[in-house]
Write a new protein. Sequence first.
Length: 241
Amino acid sequence: MVKKLIIANWKMNPRTVSEAIRLAKSCDKNEVVIAPPFVFSEAVGKVIKKAVLGAQDIFWEDKGPYTGEVSYRQLESVGTKYVIIGHSERRAMGETDEIINKKAKFALAHGLRVILCVGEKSDVRRRGMAAAKKFVASQLERDLQGAISSKLKVSSLIIAYEPIWAIGTGKNETPKNASKIAGFIKELLVKSYKFKVRVLYGGSINSENAGSFLVSRDIDGLLVGGASLKTGEFNKIIKSA
Ligand code: PGA
């Protein structure tokens, strides 16, 4: 069985660089990606040996007058290999599909591996699975327009299915429904782009529920927020992969 990928999205945590180093050392395992805040990237990159460095965002230009933004070259220069794009917390702050598309295209074209986050709000999900699939399909279409070429390696693009109502709330989609949507995403990308992607699930993952998602053939790993900041919890999640 192929090992599943576990991504730690630290969001705006922890508070200090020494805490970040301690946390990174505690989960330095194969098939783990750590996405710290930019300010800790270099320090984390230096202490991890097996885990791989990720970032939580990227800008779509190389360099220049873009106050507060971070370029792929800067990320690469500290060893970043993966970048999370389109997280719902950024979408909620105004990041549009157009912006996400620019970031995804740019990052892929420059050799970074992209973890593109998609997922519906609770009002959509309440209308049923078909509505959730339709919503996700339209996000994928807009976010990936022009981003996938025949040159792209299969490992370069990962989709993280994260229903917004499940993020940080303690609520989960059922593993059965999450794998249905993961399977749907895979089929869709094969149909639209002849491209095979890995699909992760994310949203209130903890050591108790991780295994029930990871047994699914269509779920290739997990994107973990809150639980990735708790050493014991996160290590149990890694073990279940
Ligand atoms: P959570 O966050 O695990 O805290 O729900 C997941 C995410 O936002 O990627």
